[in-house]
Design a protein around this ligand. Structure first.
Ligand SMILES: [Zn+2]
Length: 105
């Protein structure tokens, strides 16, 4: 199973009830179908964005190897702004710093 489908499945916990709500509570068929399709599109878009961030992090982190001098990245800090977190890793040799959306092991 690819990471995209893990994100998609995880977000489904939120979007499946939303889609059901539209199907059950929509007063016209236009409402029901429009609401359900809207949710589905949003669901796919969010899953795609989450997957994109993960892919970006993996390629930036480069397995913990600095792209400048091939030294080793060490965790150097984190910031939080509302709901988004950023994690910083700095190279031991040349102080090259990268910013990631998720914490690397
Ligand atoms: Zn370096």
């Amino acid at each position: 199973m690819s990471d995209f489908w893990i994100c998609f499945g995880f977000m489904g916990l939120m979007f499946v009830p939303a889609i059901l709500m539209f199907l059950i509570c929509g007063c016209t068929w236009g409402n029901k179908i429009g609401g359900a399709i809207g949710c589905l599109v949003f669901w796919l878009a969010i899953s795609g964005a989450m997957y994109g961030e993960t892919e970006y992090d993996i390629s930036t982190y480069n397995n913990g190897v600095c792209i400048v001098c091939e030294g080793e990245y060490k965790f150097s800090g984190a910031t939080k702004y509302r709901t988004s977190h950023h994690y910083y890793y700095t190279c031991e040799n040349c102080d090259h710093t990268i910013e990631l959306n998720s914490l690397m092991k």
